[in-house]
Design a protein around this ligand. Structure first.
Ligand code: C2E
Ligand code: CA
Ligand code: CA
Length: 629
């Protein structure tokens, strides 16, 4: 039987029968003791001399860890020996009954010996006077399906100790969990072989680790225990990156060799991991107990380092790329689902200086908000619940408004005010949403701008709209823009399309062709946010654009920062050399405006002149500037 199998059976039984097997007890809570019946029950369970099982080992490990004792075991008392189904800190697999404490526990529910040297029965006991020199013993009796005592889950120490009532209860609870393992294990082994193998393959993945459902089940058990005592459980979600790539470039390593190796590391008894799971091909789960939050990194980082160290085989070294997301119970959640989900979600968090990703409620809130935005944006666009504001673009000397940039504003019933900085990136993740946003922007501009007066001068008053990254490369984009303008009887000379470099990434040649088509039809093209992306000045000369917008981050440091001055000066000269217009974004002070004018910047946009304003106010602004001239 494989490791942890009992837990799987336990889970299956629970789901089919709806309740856990209950050990029979008499009115005093302890069944009548009959050595013959007891041995018959023990032997009927077919557990003696079976191989070690992870399901049991985890509980002895957990007991040793939590009670901070060097020895813990699941001891089964046979006719003439005690046999250990699982043990921590003991070299031997069984001992004669004379050397057993557990045999003394069988007539009760618990046996506690705080100091063996002070105890008349035990001070001459061979395990006290000789190895392992037991000073403290506490055993919780394990019972079979009819209530016969089989042995104990016990902890031992070489120093005397006194447990609190809470701690005693806890060992008792642990004992019940081990009982469940034994009894359900047996209940299933009397079922058919086929049923067994089905249950096995459902519960374990091909590398022999518990699958997600079983892992969650074990985690739920551990949570139940940790709730009673003051310790924390850290849930780790480990993602092995580039698995295929690693196995391809190291032909001797198959994917499974790597997975098996990780599984072994996770299950190594020394690593203090209480439960492990194989959640999907390249993702693992692990549970670690922490005495206090302060121990978080001290305990976890060595384990993570050990897991992700390179795999050495036949003088070859394979480096692993493992991302680790962590959530902490009870702070980050109380159920196994929540904790696992949050450990997974933590992978989207920035990496900590220690090299792991730690769940934070703020980030979760942000993720939930992003999700809500994704859900609510489409109906909002379809029902025209967004509004469009317009920010004037002025000549650098401030004398005249030459255009406006249209910027979306969204006040949602549930989400409150949602800035474009929030919803545009969400929209850009979905072709449908970004398409709807594009349609909405252009339609709004057409509806407003057709009522706006033309410039008295030759130059047309242009309105700029932002084009979502993926829209520019859509089939038929130019035709669609032209048709929409025509429908609203708006001249193409009134429109500027602002793109960012991301729009050019997928297919530069196609993008260049689209720009040419637009220019051929007198629609202006501006490259937005210049300086924030790849921003190689060298490719600019190949781009058919009319205007380049220098990003606010460059303008911010003007005029005092000499490096920023040099940069902006250089950019403006190169842009002018290419025959393009320069717009400076985010101009907030008169000093910035003055220096930009001096450097030859053509157009200025920023709070210095006006924030983006509603359509009516934009018109007022425009008329006022015209009359001031
Ligand atoms: P952007 O295209 O770079 O737009 C300029 C942003 O800078 C606007 O922010 C504007 O309000 C802000 N801004 C302008 N002058 C100043 C200034 O002097 N100081 C400061 N601190 N900020 C200034 P907003 O409206 O929040 O838009 C953010 C981004 O969202 C825009 O950056 C644009 O990329 C995107 N966006 C906005 N509206 C739309 C839209 O309707 N469609 C699409 N596709 N994207 C939009
Ligand atoms: Ca823009
Ligand atoms: Ca910009």
């Amino acid at each position: 039987m494989k490791a942890g199998d009992n837990a799987a059976r336990h889970r299956r039984d629970r789901t089919t029968s709806g309740s856990l097997a209950v050990v029979e007890r008499n009115s005093s809570g302890i069944p009548p003791f009959d050595e013959k019946k007891r041995l018959a029950e023990l032997h009927s369970l077919d557990i003696l001399d079976t191989p070690p099982e992870e399901g049991f080992d985890r509980y002895t490990r957990l007991a040793s860890e939590i009670f901070k004792v060097p020895m813990a075991m699941v001891s089964l008392v046979d006719e003439d020996r005690q046999w250990f189904k699982s043990s921590v800190g003991l070299e031997v697999g069984e001992t004669p009954l004379e050397a057993s404490f557990c045999v003394h526990a069988l007539k009760q529910d618990m046996l506690e010996v705080p100091d063996t040297l002070q105890n008349d029965v035990f001070h001459h006991h061979p395990a006290v006077t000789g190895s392992p020199f037991v000073r403290f013993y506490m055993g919780a009796v394990l019972r079979g399906p009819t209530g016969q005592p089989l042995g104990t889950l016990c902890i031992m120490d070489t120093h005397s100790r006194y447990l609190t009532r809470l701690q005693r209860n806890w060992l008792r609870t642990f004992g019940h969990l081990v009982e469940e393992l034994i009894n359900h294990n047996h209940a299933l082994s009397v079922g058919s072989q086929k049923e067994h193998s089905d249950s096995y393959s459902q519960s374990y993945t091909h590398i022999g680790l518990p699958a997600e459902a079983l892992f969650k089940d074990t985690l739920a058990n551990l949570l139940r225990l940790s709730n009673k005592e003051e310790y924390y459980l850290a849930v780790l979600y480990l993602r092995l990156n580039r698995l295929d790539e690693i196995s391809r470039t190291n032909s001797r390593f198959t994917r499974d060799t790597i997975l098996h190796c990780l599984a072994e590391r996770l299950s190594a008894p020394s690593n203090k991991v209480l439960a492990t799971g194989h959640l999907s091909l390249a993702c693992f789960g692990a549970v670690i107990s922490l005495p206090s939050v302060g121990d978080f990194f001290d305990v976890i980082i060595p384990i993570v380092n050990d897991l992700s160290r390179p795999i050495e085989l036949d003088e070859m070294t394979v480096r692993l790329d493992v991302d680790v997301g962590i959530s902490l119970s009870p702070l980050d959640g109380l159920t196994s689902e929540d904790l696992l989900e949050r450990a997974r979600a933590a992978l989207n968090e920035p990496i900590s200086p220690e090299g792991v990703h730690v769940f934070s409620h703020e980030a979760e809130k942000a993720a939930l908000r992003r999700h809500a935005i994704e859900q609510r944006l489409e109906p909002a666009l379809l029902n025209n619940l967004l509004s469009q504001h317009y920010q004037p673009q002025m000549l650098a000397d401030g004398s005249r408004i030459v255009g406006f940039e249209a910027l979306a504003r969204w006040q949602d019933e549930e989400l409150g005010s949602v800035s474009p900085g929030e919803f545009v990136p969400v929209a850009e993740k979905s072709r449908r949403l970004s398409g709807l946003l594009m349609e909405w922007s252009l339609r709004m501009v057409c509806e407003k701008a057709q009522h706006w007066p033309l410039q008295p001068s030759d130059a047309p008053l242009r309105i700029a709209i932002n084009v979502p990254a993926d829209q520019f490369s859509q089939q038929g984009f130019v035709e669609w823009v032209l048709a929409t303008l025509e429908e609203h009887r708006l001249s193409p000379e009134r429109l500027t399309l602002e793109l960012t470099e991301v729009s050019l990434l997928t297919d530069v040649d196609k993008a260049i062709q689209t720009m040419r088509d637009l220019q051929d039809h007198n629609i202006a093209v501006a490259l937005d946010d210049f300086g924030t992306g790849y921003s190689s000045l060298s490719y600019l000369k190949n781009l058919p654009i009319d205007t380049l917008k220098i990003d606010k981050s460059f303008i911010d440091d003007l005029p005092d920062d000499s490096r920023a001055m040099e940069l902006v000066n250089g950019i403006i000269r190169i842009i002018h050399g290419l025959g393009l217009q320069v717009v400076a974004e985010g101009v907030e002070t008169e000093a910035q405006r003055a220096v930009l004018q001096e450097l030859g910047c053509n157009v200025i946009q920023g709070f210095l002149f006006s924030r983006p304003v509603a359509a009516d106010n934009a018109l007022t602004l425009f008329n006022r500037w015209q009359s001031d001239m």
